[in-house]
Design a protein around this ligand. Structure first.
Ligand SMILES: C[S@@+](CC[C@H](N)C(=O)[O-])C[C@H]1O[C@@H](n2cnc3c(N)ncnc32)[C@H](O)[C@@H]1O
Length: 380
């Protein structure tokens, strides 16, 4: 039986995550809010963790049961621990081995039990009581660094227990050691690049580059570099029966910089941001492709194109300030980047409405707690 898996993502990125999963050969993809479900094996768990650019985590669905009361939540968890179930070779006895510490995080929506701590507590009680019955002892809880990371999603009074195989969220690639003001999440930056439909040819310019995230993600996409290549730890490595050699083979996929004539250009008016971008792009192994300078986006002379223009302007607080910023950006795109493809990640007041150019697509997304739009343009 294949595993039923779910990759989670920031709201609005589901279609890009689904396209990535399909490109990796995932089957039975089902798009949900903030997640895409799919079927696969443990190899797929490792590969998706290593390769997905837009995901937050990869989870294995362990079981589902009635969660309409505290008793039902507890009983369902207990039955699972005492069962003979297995997930593509990993048995319940191995997963709930009391020598392994665990932690549970819970969410609840449209259910009678709304207190997520209560949901987590009841499932935990069900697990440890059943461990005592089955093994004669219970596991310890370790919230910071557990062996096993569990999630309970309670939705419409149905509990689903999932195993987190990622640990630290996948958007923390590990190349961004320092960040400037308001950096964009790596997976949202990657979604901007995927959404653009850019084929990886021509230079990439970010004239308000901040810490350089958009440039790093554009290069990783164009050069097929794995987003996981700088990460050191994954939750799946601590699962019982984890095959170290499978992990090592995978680590070679997309981990070295190929021969390329790709060039990245980053500009920012803040010297501190440029210094930050330099450190981050160096860590990402992209320093030799990159030119960075302190300067003004509106006077920067772009290299010979066409290529990809990516920009994530600051979120101004005042409406007037924003109107002016958007219309200046629109003029810049028309005057300096004719023939290029452009992606604007627009947030704040107006969400880029006054740009004065008609985007070919406007995609609503969440940038952390804020509403944002990915705007796509073909510039003529
Ligand atoms: C929201 S931040 C960009 C964040 C970036 N995408 C990242 O991931 O770190 C906006 C950046 O635009 C820069 N900026 C604002 N106006 C500018 C201008 N006229 N020319 C160059 N940079 C500008 C700011 O200094 C700031 O670093």
């Amino acid at each position: 039986m294949p595993l039923r898996l779910a990759a989670t993502c920031p709201l609005g990125l589901e279609e890009f995550l689904e396209a990535e999963l399909q490109a990796l050969g995932a089957s039975d993809c089902v798009r949900e809010r903030g997640a895409v479900g799919f079927s696969g094996t443990w190899d797929d768990v490792l590969r998706t963790n290593w390769r997905l650019r837009t995901a937050n985590r990869v989870l294995v669905e362990l079981a589902g049961w009635d969660g309409s009361s505290a008793e039902a939540l507890e009983a369902g968890a207990g039955n699972l621990v005492e069962s003979s179930r297995s997930w593509d070779g990993l048995t319940a006895a191995e997963l709930f081995d009391p020598r392994l510490s665990f932690a549970i995080r819970a969410t609840s929506s449209r259910s009678q039990i709304r207190d997520t701590r209560w949901v987590g507590l009841k499932v935990k009680d069900g697990i440890v009581d059943a461990q005592r019955r089955r093994f004669g002892r219970r596991a310890s809880i370790d919230r910071k660094n557990p062996d096993i990371r569990l999630r309970v999603w309670l939705s419409r009074d149905r509990a689903t227990l999932l195993l987190d195989t990622s640990g630290v969220p996948l958007d923390r690639r590990g190349y961004r050691v320092v960040t400037s003001e308001a950096p964009v999440r790596e997976n949202l930056a990657a979604a901007c690049i995927l959404a653009s439909g850019w084929n990886g040819n021509g230079p990439v310019v970010d004239p308000m580059c901040g810490s350089g995230t958009m440039l790093a993600e554009a290069a990783a996409f164009a050069l097929d570099l794995s987003p996981g290549r700088h990460r050191e730890q994954w939750a799946f490595e601590r699962l019982p029966g984890f095959d170290k050699s499978a992990g090592e083979t995978l680590r070679e996929e997309g981990s070295g910089l190929p021969e390329t004539d790709l060039r990245l250009f980053g500009v920012d008016r803040s010297a501190e941001a440029i210094e930050t971008a330099g450190i981050n792009l160096q860590r990402a192994g992209l320093a030799e492709l990159t030119s960075l300078e302190v300067g003004d986006a509106y006077t920067f002379e772009p290299p010979t194109g066409p290529g990809l223009l990516v920009v994530n302007p600051a979120y101004g607080e005042r409406l007037e300030e924003n109107r002016d910023q958007w219309s200046r950006l629109g003029d810049l795109m028309k005057q300096h980047y004719a023939g290029w493809q452009a992606v604007v990640l627009a947030g704040g007041e107006g969400l880029g409405k006054n740009i004065g150019l008609r985007p070919k697509r406007r995609i609503p997304v969440r940038n952390g707690p804020l509403d944002a739009r990915i705007l796509l343009f073909d510039l003529y």
